[in-house]
Ligand binder design. Sequence first.
Ligand code: ATR
Length: 287
Amino acid sequence: MSQQLRFGVIGWPLSHTLSPIFQQAALDAMGLDATYMAAATSPDVIEMRLQEAREGNWRGLNVTVPHKIRVAELVDELTPSAKRMGAVNTIDVAGCKLIGDNTDADGFARALTQYGGFDPSGVRAVILGAGGAARAVAWALRDLGVSHLTVANRHPARAETVATAVDGESLATSAFGLSGPELKRAISRATLLVNTTSVGMAGGPAPAGLPVPSSWLKQQLFVCDIVYQPAETPMLTSARNIGCRTQGGLEMLVLQGAASLERWTERRAPLPTMMRAARSALSAPTA
Ligand code: ATR
């Protein structure tokens, strides 16, 4: 009898994660004898969790807030994309070796261009936040050809690190704190604004908050929030109210998860099934 495959997502807090819902729907649709579960993992037990994986308890793991950067330092090997970003959202367990991969950048790029219908080539963009997700978004926007990128973060030194990493011949960058006139001006000149902070996330540090004042938004902006729970964050509500085009984080979430699943199983992921499962879970009333 073959052993059931175990997959999961590690993060902290994890109470609002949708990954088990759409990943399990995918595994079932693929006819695999496998389970996918939320494995709440606080920062002080992250090494223990990875050891469990080395010992064969997990076939693959997704990694979310706040572990993406730390996990990149703890795995045994990094794929080129995870190495470039210094962040891991997917762990592939190969024997007792942990291979860290990153599917966030591709997930974000596909979500923005194919689902959001936005072409960022040649535009000025602003990223709010400088964690693991911000690194992936910054690399995706560089690859998609934005002309200028501002990274802004509560701790400005982290913004500087992300901006410096992607700065290059075809991409000029700047880095600021989250408040202050420089960021306000950068947003006023931008066409694309992406929130990667956990501000506005249900169960996060500031669920009712906005990462920047709503008065800084303007109608010409395409506003994207990679937070997916709730489907419409306070920032997206403000943006929509002034007539901006907006996009939430659900498509990126599902696309990065589908790419993880394809890496683990070497099979095509059933994307429509996954999108349907995630959308209906998100629109279902919560207890
Ligand atoms: P991930 O890897 O998923 O991006 P992370 O590395 O924990 O998660 O990053 C979370 C981001 O949200 C960071 O940019 C963090 O800002 P700091 O680097 O200054 O900590 C940002 N963030 C979290 N809580 C915040 C808050 N209350 N106000 C503003 N930014 C916040």
